[in-house]
Ligand binder design. Structure first.
Ligand SMILES: [Zn+2]
Length: 153
């Protein structure tokens, strides 16, 4: 299916329903922009029309977006890999939920949970055909969760 990159606007071909970026470069850029946005308020760099409308949405409901993102990302990745209803998939979800619920309060616990999630996702995705993005995106979500909470607390 045909998507357009939310960062550079380039059209790209993907089999993933939730793909948003044409490359890891753009994903990284989007992540940095989001961090910059939440750090310094609303009027920061606009990379594209999509990015700016997204920022409006985030500004109106920041807590919501953060609290659903990690578990949602993991769920989507597992579902698209056909691994949601497997033992490993459910394990990964449990870890993702715990990680999200922990909210980054205790550094060591969160670090070991995110390591565990990474390990599980790596194993689960190992026999899925070439979806390295799946692990990337889950890690990006974890990273974002941790960064956001740390700054807030
Ligand atoms: Zn792009």
């Amino acid at each position: 299916m045909q998507h357009s990159c939310t960062v550079c606007g380039k059209a790209f071909e993907t089999s993933r329903a939730h793909a948003r970026y044409c490359s890891s470069t753009c994903r990284g850029r989007a992540l940095r922009t989001r961090k910059a946005d939440s750090a310094s308020g609303a009027d920061v760099v606009t990379l594209s029309a999509t990015a700016s409308s997204k920022r409006t949405a985030v500004a109106s409901a920041p807590a919501d977006e953060e609290s659903v993102s990690l578990v949602e990302v993991v769920t989507q990745q597992l579902r698209s890999a056909g691994k949601l209803a497997t033992y490993g998939g459910q394990q990964a979800l449990v870890v993702a939920k715990r990680l999200q619920a922990s909210g980054g309060d205790t550094g060591a616990a969160v670090a070991s949970l995110s390591k565990e999630l990474e390990r599980l996702m790596t194993i689960i995705m190992a026999d899925v055909q070439t979806e390295p993005d799946a692990i990337d995106e889950a890690q990006a979500a974890v990273l974002q969760l941790r960064t956001t909470r740390r700054r807030r607390g």
